[in-house]
Design a protein around this ligand. Structure first.
Ligand code: ZN
Length: 167
């Protein structure tokens, strides 16, 4: 009985450790997409490792340039998310935050926290949502999408091998 008890404690301990790291898993990001009327609001969290291949401050010219390119790309949310042309969506806001962009050395890990906001004149046409960034960021493997629409909430797993979903 005692051994079982110890095993249980060990197992629970492992789960806790796994749980703590589940927030930041290399290659894997998460996105919440909320459609309210004509407003499409997105909140994305992606490990910088998945986008740049490193999570420390740039150590050479190539890394500095890669980080600047990414920071520039975040101005246009369509770099990450592609919406059907028929939905007639226009970006109203995009905000990228990362300790790396601020030049703050992280304690091991760093994320990109990205929020964006579109107005879609024809939201019914949002039948397929694609993620073109997988092609150019090969260390990105998957994105867990939480979709919140008029008909409630749904979860999708988007992968580099199938970088889109249909709400
Ligand atoms: Zn990391």
């Amino acid at each position: 009985m005692k051994i079982i008890k110890i095993l249980c404690i060990l197992f629970a301990g492992c789960c806790l450790v796994v749980g703590a790291f589940a927030q930041h898993a290399h290659g894997n990001g998460k996105l919440q997409l909320k459609l309210q009327g004509q407003s499409l609001i997105g909140e994305m969290e992606m490990p910088m490792e998945a986008l740049l291949g490193f999570e420390h401050l740039p150590k050479n010219k190539a890394q500095s340039e890669a980080m600047s390119r990414l920071q520039n790309a975040t101005k246009d949310a369509t770099y990450f998310i592609e919406l059907p042309a028929d939905a007639k969506c226009q970006q109203k806001e995009a905000k990228a935050e990362s300790s790396m962009f601020q030049g703050v050395a992280s304690k091991g890990h760093s994320d990109l926290d990205y929020s964006f906001y579109f107005i879609c004149l024809n939201p019914q046409a949002l039948t397929k949502i694609s993620f073109p960034f997988f092609k150019s960021h090969i260390k990105s493997h998957q994105l867990k999408v939480e979709w919140v629409g008029d008909k409630g909430q749904k979860s999708f797993t988007v992968r580099s091998s199938k970088p889109y979903f249909s709400p």
